[in-house]
Design a protein around this ligand. Structure first.
Ligand SMILES: [Zn+2]
Length: 353
C-alpha cells in the first residue's frame, strides 16, 4: 500500500486520516497526521509527537522529549535534541545519539548528514560516519548510488563513498541495472548518453533538437536586433502594423518568436513603470504581462497603447503569418492554420514590409 492511498481529513482545525476505503484510522482530533512512512503515522499535537500504526494503534506515546521528530524510514526516525540530530527506533530507544548538525532520513542503510560547514557525508545504521563530510551536495542513496555535486555538475558515489562516476555531468538519472542516463554541456552544445558504471558512455542524439533550437534562437535574436536597429534608423518599429501585431500576441500559448522579438525590442524602450515601457520616438506604450497557461508554461502578453505620434507605414496583417520558431509545446501546424513555419529571413522580411 502506498502512502497516497490514505486520505487526510479535517474537522475544524484538527486532522485525522482515513483508509482508502474511507474508514477512520485516526480520528480528526490532532494538529497534524502525516501519511504513513515505514508503516507508521507521525502524529503531532502541540509540541508533542506520537507514532501510530496502520491499524490506528498508538505505537509510541505522545512525547516532547525531542525538539523535532521525523518520519520513520528503515526502522528509524530522526530526532532533534538540544540542537543536534540523532535517531530513535520503533521501540522509542535512542539508537543513534543526537550529535549531527543535520541529518536526512535513512535510505538503503545510509543517512546523509551535514556539518556546520555545509559539507555532506553519510552515516551507516549504527551512526558511524562511513562517508566523510566532503560534498557540497549529496542526495539520498538509490539503487546503491548517491549523486554528489554542486548543483551545476554531478557525479555518483557508492555506499563506501568511492567516486564511481566523476563529477562532470549536468544531469544524472536513476541508476538501473548498472547503467544511468547522463547529460553533458560542451560550450553551447548538449549531449546525452547511457553511462555504464565502470565502463564508458554510449552517446545518442536525443538532445539534437535542443541544440538546433538554441542555435536558431541565437540566429533569430541576431536578426531581430538588426531589424529593430534598422527600423529605428528610419523612425521606429511601432509604425509597422505587422510588427505591432507580432509583438501583441494575445493567444494563450507561448510564442517563442514573439518573446524573443520583444526581449530585443524592449532594450530600446524606456522603462516607465513595472512592466511598462515607452518608445522614445513616437510615445507608444507597451505593457508586458505574464500569465500562467499550465504548470510549466508562462505566456507573455504585450499590450500596445498610447500611440501618440504614430505614422502607420507598414503593410496590413495578412491572413497567414510566418513564424520561425513556433510555439512552446505545440507544433505550429497543429495549433492554428493562421501560422506557417518559415525561415528567419522570411519572418524578418514580413515584419519590415
Ligand atoms: Zn515608436
Amino acid at each position: 500500500m502506498t502512502p497516497g492511498d490514505y486520505i487526510q481529513f479535517h474537522e475544524g482545525n484538527k486532522m485525522g486520516i482515513r483508509s482508502p476505503e474511507g474508514d477512520i484510522i485516526i480520528p480528526a482530533i490532532y494538529d497534524f497526521v502525516a501519511y504513513p512512512s515505514d508503516g507508521l503515522f507521525t502524529v503531532t499535537e502541540g509540541d508533542y509527537t506520537a507514532y501510530f500504526d496502520e491499524a490506528g494503534n498508538q505505537v509510541l506515546p505522545f512525547s516532547n522529549k525531542y525538539e523535532s521528530y521525523g518520519n520513520f524510514t528503515e526502522g528509524k526516525a530522526r530526532v532533534l535534541f538540544q540542537g543536534k540530530w540523532g535517531f530513535i527506533n520503533k521501540a522509542g530507544w535512542e539508537v543513534i545519539t543526537p550529535q549531527f548538525h543535520y541529518t536526512d532520513d535513512f535510505s538503503e542503510g545510509r543517512a546523509i548528514v551535514r556539518n556546520e560547514k555545509d559539507q555532506h557525508g553519510a552515516i551507516d545504521e549504527y551512526g558511524r560516519l562511513v562517508i566523510d563530510y566532503r560534498f557540497p551536495v549529496l542526495t539520498n542513496f538509490e539503487n546503491g548510488y548517491a549523486k554528489f555535486g554542486d548543483l551545476k555538475t554531478w557525479g555518483l558515489i557508492d555506499k563506501a563513498g568511492n567516486i564511481v562516476v566523476p563529477q562532470q555531468y549536468i544531469s544524472i538519472g536513476r541508476v538501473y541495472r548498472n547503467t544511468v542516463t547522463v547529460q553533458v554541456q560542451d560550450g553551447e552544445l548538449y549531449r546525452e548518453g547511457e553511462l555504464t558504471i565502470g565502463g564508458g558512455v554510449t552517446w545518442n542524439n536525443n538532445l539534437d533538437y535542443l541544440n538546433e533550437l538554441n542555435q536558431r534562437k541565437k540566429q533569430f535574436i541576431a536578426a531581430s536586433e538588426q531589424l529593430v536597429q534598422e527600423m529605428y534608423a528610419a523612425g521606429c518599429p511601432c509604425e509597422y502594423q505587422r510588427f505591432r501585431h507580432f509583438i501583441e500576441w494575445k493567444n494563450p500559448v507561448g510564442f517563442i518568436d514573439q518573446e524573443l522579438l520583444f526581449s530585443v525590442f524592449q532594450k530600446r524602450l524606456q522603462v516607465i513603470g513595472t512592466d511598462l515601457y515607452r518608445c522614445d520616438h513616437c510615445g507608444t506604450h507597451y505593457k508586458q504581462q505574464w500569465s500562467q497557461y499550465s504548470a510549466f508554461l508562462w505566456v507573455l502578453n504585450v499590450i500596445v497603447s498610447g500611440a501618440a505620434n504614430l505614422i502607420n507605414k507598414g503593410t496590413e496583417v495578412p491572413a497567414t503569418i510566418p513564424v520561425a520558431l513556433g510555439f512552446y509545446g505545440y507544433g505550429v501546424e497543429k495549433y492554428n492554420d493562421k501560422y506557417e513555419e518559415s525561415d528567419i529571413e522570411t519572418v524578418m522580411n514580413y515584419l519590415r514590409s
